[in-house]
Write a protein of this length. Structure first.
Length: 339
């Protein structure tokens, strides 16, 4: 009884608002609204969705349609019993090109979560024609019967909840785990190899060291050509060449040349059985380097061209002695072992 009274109040309010809405035009009954079920069955169950709306034929191009707010209307009538899922949607059913008209369908999608019989409200559509004429079309509401799924209490049985279905694992599912295991195995092998190599080096199994003369010749090759002959680069040039010789002298003759002055270096080489002309040429190179570094001397291209060849001659003339000394040491060791 309370629901019927509420429907009457809302309907009266709709009629008054329609009269005010269409005060500049006429109110035209336009048949019944339509109700179309979206689910394929012969009855409407709880939570089923249905289309509710109107159809118009021969609507002239340029006609404007003003549609009511069905969410508010249904909420006022049914509270939460009937709800709008999707608001108004206009579809063109057919186009009449010669007459310049269209057949239209307007609908909202509604649903209900409570069992019961409902009478849906009339649909009021304000139509404004291209010539400015305004009228209100009224589509009669339809009944909506919402039902629940019937349960046969005579044969109904309560069953336990079944566990999840277990499917056999596929290779695609196992592949990530296989790759992870392989990756861990590779990392373990690499760590083991690194530790083993490090222990070997600590136990005296270090790699063969490159002879000092080969290292020196490789470094001197970097200074060939005239790319360092410019006045602003001569300090870098002579420092680089003499530093290579300092490293070679320290490694070859056991003289701490890296921390010595020029005079101290050649004083330490006096008893190393190096030919005097070779010593004099090397000393001249070191003196020239000191003048460039400390006295800011600018050297001519002719003198620059002699620097690297002089350093190379010193290395190549003393490395044979180095090889012979090593050979003599090995021979003496063998003789000592035989004795």
């Amino acid at each position: 009884m309370r629901m019927s009274r509420k429907i009457l109040v809302v309907t009266a309010a709709l009629i008054i608002s329609v009269m005010l809405w269409g005060q500049h035009g006429s109110v035209l009954p336009s048949g019944k609204a339509f109700l179309s079920q979206l689910q394929k069955r012969d009855s409407v169950l709880i939570a089923d969705q249905v289309k509710y709306g109107f159809r118009l034929e021969g609507v002239k191009n340029g006609t404007e349609l003003n549609l009511p707010d069905m969410s508010e209307i249904l909420s006022d009538i049914f509270a939460d019993s009937v709800e709008v899922v999707n608001n108004w949607k206009l579809d063109t059913l057919k186009v009449h090109k010669r007459a310049a008209t269209n057949d239209l369908e307007g609908s909202v999608t509604i649903t209900s979560f409570e069992e019961g019989k409902y009478r849906l409200p009339d649909v009021y559509v304000q139509r404004i024609s291209p010539d400015g004429t305004t009228d209100t079309l009224v589509f009669e509401g339809l009944p909506l019967d919402v039902r629940t799924m019937p349960v046969d209490t005579a044969s109904f049985q309560v069953h336990d909840i079944k566990g999840q279905i277990r499917y056999p694992l596929t290779f695609k599912e196992l592949l990530p785990y296989i790759l992870v295991i392989w990756g861990i195995a590779i990392i373990v092998i690499l760590i083991w190899a690194y530790i083993r190599t490090r222990k070997r080096k600590e136990n005296g199994e270090a790699a063969v060291k490159e002879p000092p003369y080969i290292t020196a010749l490789k470094k001197l090759d970097h200074y060939r050509g005239n790319k360092f002959w410019a006045p602003e680069k001569q300090k870098q040039f002579y420092s680089g060449v003499t530093d290579v010789l300092r490293e070679y002298i320290a490694a070859r003759f056991g003289v701490g040349a890296m921390e010595m002055t020029t005079a101290e270096i050649f004083d330490g080489l006096k008893d190393k059985e190096i030919p005097q002309p070779l010593l004099d040429e090397a000393r001249s190179l070191f003196v020239m380097s000191d003048l460039v570094k400390f006295a800011k001397l600018t050297v001519t291209d002719d003198e620059n061209a002699k620097a690297v060849p002089a350093a190379v001659r010193f290395v190549t003339s003393t490395w044979k002695s180095e090889e012979e000394a090593d050979a003599n040491v090995n021979v003496n060791d063998k003789v000592g072992e035989e004795k």
